[in-house]
Design a binder for this molecule. Structure first.
Ligand code: NOJ
Length: 746
């Protein structure tokens, strides 16, 4: 019986593998047939992506489609308009090749989810996957079949405005989320009309822009590149991502849109990627500003040789490919390969069979269940940073609250950066949601500051009056949407405007002070945390940020998010990330003397000579993985199935987690390891697993993780391998604490 079952399984596997192979062959044949009919001009057309604005509007784009000179467009919107364009491409161009419509659908289309950094704080790939599925359903209903996401640039610099768009600082967390995002976009079948081709970006290293200044140079040694930066991209490729976007930055002296090592050696040769690579906006032309190409012709040659298949917006390819071929600076085989890569994706998306969007599909947009999911994601993305004396949750019976702050009622700001299509009419603010819970009369609302950068304190008195007549103050502040995102980097990452003064003034009233911060980056908020009783970090939470926050404030659910990034004390502490090396002089608490305590005479005797700042000290404000709950969790019974792992083996790590408080809640249980000695230095902690569990009050559960030899492997400059030696393992609530054990790998 057992054998028959095993045989059946093998048969099913063989049949499904061979079906897949056949489907692949069918597509490959179609691609080659089409390619053999194409003129060089038509091939170059497929390699060009036109922007509606820069190309002079819809009529010009349609003409380009008619002429077969438009493989893809971006920033073209509307079901009717897109269908009309497709009709021109399919019916009026010589070969009828449909246009691939791309758009930046980064964290939702019309239903807006939290910014990706916020989604990452949920540590919940399932709900993130569903959010991306919903985004795909909404966007595809208008004929969009390709999104320039997920953005999975690891960054260790919160000054960088684009930290908002990514999944934070850690390669493991980002990899699990990258997989979820790709799977959500692409669905079960690429040819399903609701599937969007994913485009992991920005390949690669862009998040390491020096000084956090956008578009800046990056220097990333290969071990860091492979052990950290490339990890989420590999996960996205393995999840089936169909396209990649080459980035703006130069990497170790070679711009990434002209980098054969990352685009050919790693992506194609090592990973076997068979989709296509699009440049970022004008990043081929920008090879000239980089000082890497002499002119547009040179730039086109470099990008083609490096393996960029499609050019976004600029026309270096269109204007120069023919001449480059004549001069033998590029080959016909390279052009054919690029076009094959593009057509392959178009065939996989089913565009040739069904190029049009069904006008009926648009009806699903802003569906109630989509908004409800946005509320769930927003709720799970909120991180409780402080809750002295159980200030939160507030009772629904509270007689009055003061709602203060520039982001209490700012529908656009809460939707965050990279939000082209969100509808402010559907963006429910915290003020509205709190009024819905308590009724208008119990809510004393005064903005105090009109927007986040407002320095005018004239509204403070009224805010204080509102605070004094209320039982509690809830302050909603942070950053407006425009302070994070592309080109929106900051040198100081404090609360902008006069917000800190307003918070300090409110604290003087002595009323319980809750601050809720919505921002596109982790801000340096040490003083504000100290001044308040409770702090929730809500990122930019999207359309349903208000109701989600009200759910938490009034205890419908407990906060359960965990930080996907370290919070620093101030900009001068950057970079500070948990995944750091130990150094030869690791900081220990006893070694630190605060700058103000150094004696004038013989000052050197008080110094620890260790790795810290005299002013900031040795620790960040809050560690990666941190987040409180309305309940408490107790961790116990850490057990390892063995204290020895061998090449072909594995270790099971188990721990018991108990809800010891009086609130049903989720906890994100985290597993970290440390490779004690390596052929290159290894980080003091590496996340290797996490699980979100729900525990009723008093309930306990055993959480289990499996560690495999591959989980311990790293690139040491020559090879990727697991090195024999001793390993630490921790299971706990954040990167700074946890039950500890150890094992050996032989
Ligand atoms: C430039 C940005 O860097 C990229 O993320 C985006 O997808 C493109 N512009 C298209 O808008």
């Amino acid at each position: 019986m057992k054998n028959t079952f095993a045989l059946l399984l093998v048969l099913v596997f063989i049949i499904s593998a061979s079906c897949k192979r056949n489907a692949g062959d069918v597509i490959e044949n179609k691609v080659n047939d089409l390619l053999s009919e194409m003129t060089l001009d038509e091939k170059i057309g497929q390699m060009s992506q036109l922007d509606m604005g820069s190309f002079g509007g819809p009529e010009n784009i349609k003409q380009a489609a008619r002429d077969g000179r438009c493989g893809s467009v971006l920033n073209y919107l509307g079901t009717k308009e897109i269908n009309e364009l497709q009709k021109v491409a399919v019916e009026e161009s010589r070969l009828g090749i449909p246009v691939l419509i791309g758009r930046d659908v980064i964290h939702g289309f019309r239903t807006v989810f939290p910014i990706p950094l916020g989604m990452a704080a949920s540590w919940n790939p399932e709900i993130v996957k569903e959010a991306f599925r919903i985004s795909a359903i909404e966007a595809s209903s208008q004929g969009i079949r390709w999104s320039f996401a997920p953005m999975i640039d690891i960054t260790w610099d919160p000054r960088w405005g684009r930290i908002a768009e990514g999944c934070g600082e850690d390669p493991f967390l980002a990899s699990t989320l990258a997989k979820a995002m790709v799977e959500g976009f692409q669905g079960d079948s690429l040819s399903d009309p609701t599937a969007l081709a994913a485009c992991p970006k920005h390949y690669v290293g862009y998040g390491f822009s020096e000084g956090g200044r956008d578009y800046n140079t990056t220097y990333i040694p290969e071990p860091l590149l492979r052990n950290v930066v490339l990890k989420p991209f590999k996960a996205a490729k393995d999840a089936g991502a169909q396209t990649f976007m080459s980035a703006f930055n130069d990497l170790n002296g070679v711009p990434t849109s002209g980098n054969p090592f990352t685009l050919r050696t790693v992506l194609r040769d090592e990973w076997g990627f068979d989709g296509f690579v699009v440049s970022d906006w004008a990043s081929i032309q920008e090879l000239i500003s980089h000082g890497f190409a002499t002119d547009e012709k040179d730039a086109a040659a470099i990008a083609i040789n490096a393996g960029v298949d499609m050019e976004m917006v600029t026309s270096c390819y269109y204007d120069n490919i023919k001449q480059l071929l004549d001069e033998n600076k590029i080959s016909q085989a390279q052009i054919d390969e690029a076009v094959r890569n593009i057509l392959r994706v178009k065939f996989r998306l089913g565009l040739f069979d069904n190029p049009y969007a069904d006008p009926e599909a648009e009806k699903t947009i802003l569906n109630k269940s989509f908004l409800e999911h946005a509320r769930t994601v927003a709720r799970q993305s909120v991180v409780l940073l402080k809750n002295d004396n159980k200030t939160l949750p507030l009772s629904g019976e509270i007689s009055s609250v003061a709602v203060i702050g520039p982001l209490a009622d700012s529908p656009r700001d809460q939707m965050g950066t990279w939000c082209f299509d969100g509808d402010t009419a559907y963006s429910v603010t915290p003020l509205k949601a709190i009024r819905d819970v308590l009724g208008e009369k119990k809510v004393n609302y005064v903005a105090g500051l009109t927007y986040s950068r407002d320095k005018n304190t004239k509204g403070f008195n009224e805010a204080v009056r509102a605070a004094k007549k209320s039982d509690a103050i809830i302050y909603f502040g942070g950053e407006e949407w425009v302070l994070s995102g592309e080109g929106q980097s900051r040198g100081e990452i404090n609360l902008p405007g006069a917000q800190s003064e307003l918070i300090a003034t409110l604290a003087e009233t002595g009323k319980p002070l809750i601050i809720v911060l919505m921002a596109g980056r982790p801000l340096a908020i040490g003083n504000e945390m100290a001044a308040s009783d409770a702090v929730m970090y809500a990122w930019h939470g999207g359309s349903m940020a208000g109701p989600a926050l009200a759910d938490l404030i009034f205890g419908k659910e407990s906060p359960s998010g965990k930080l996907p990034v370290t919070f620093v004390k101030g900009s001068g502490q950057i970079p500070f990330y948990y995944y750091r090396n130990n150094t030869g002089r690791p900081a220990v608490p006893e070694s630190w003397t605060h700058i103000d305590s150094i004696p004038k005479e013989n000052p050197q005797t008080s110094l620890g000579y260790r790795s810290f700042h005299l002013d900031y000290g040795y620790a960040p404000l809050l560690p990666f993985g941190y987040g409180l709950s309305y309940t408490t969790f107790e961790y116990s019974n850490l057990t390892l199935s063995s204290d020895l792992m061998r090449e072909s083996g594995s270790i099971t790590v188990k721990a018991t987690v108990k809800n010891t408080g009086d609130f049903d809640a989720d906890e994100v249980v985290q597993l970290y390891i440390r490779d004690r000695v390596g052929s290159i230095t290894r980080p003091i902690k590496e996340l290797k697993g996490y699980k979100r569990i729900h525990l009723l009050k008093g309930e306990e559960a055993e959480v289990e993780f499996t560690l495999l030899p591959g989980d311990l492997a790293f690139f040491n400059g020559k090879v990727t391998a697991t090195e024999p030696g001793e390993f630490d393992v921790w299971v706990g609530a954040n990167s700074d604490e946890g039950l500890h054990d150890e094992f050996k790998f032989e």
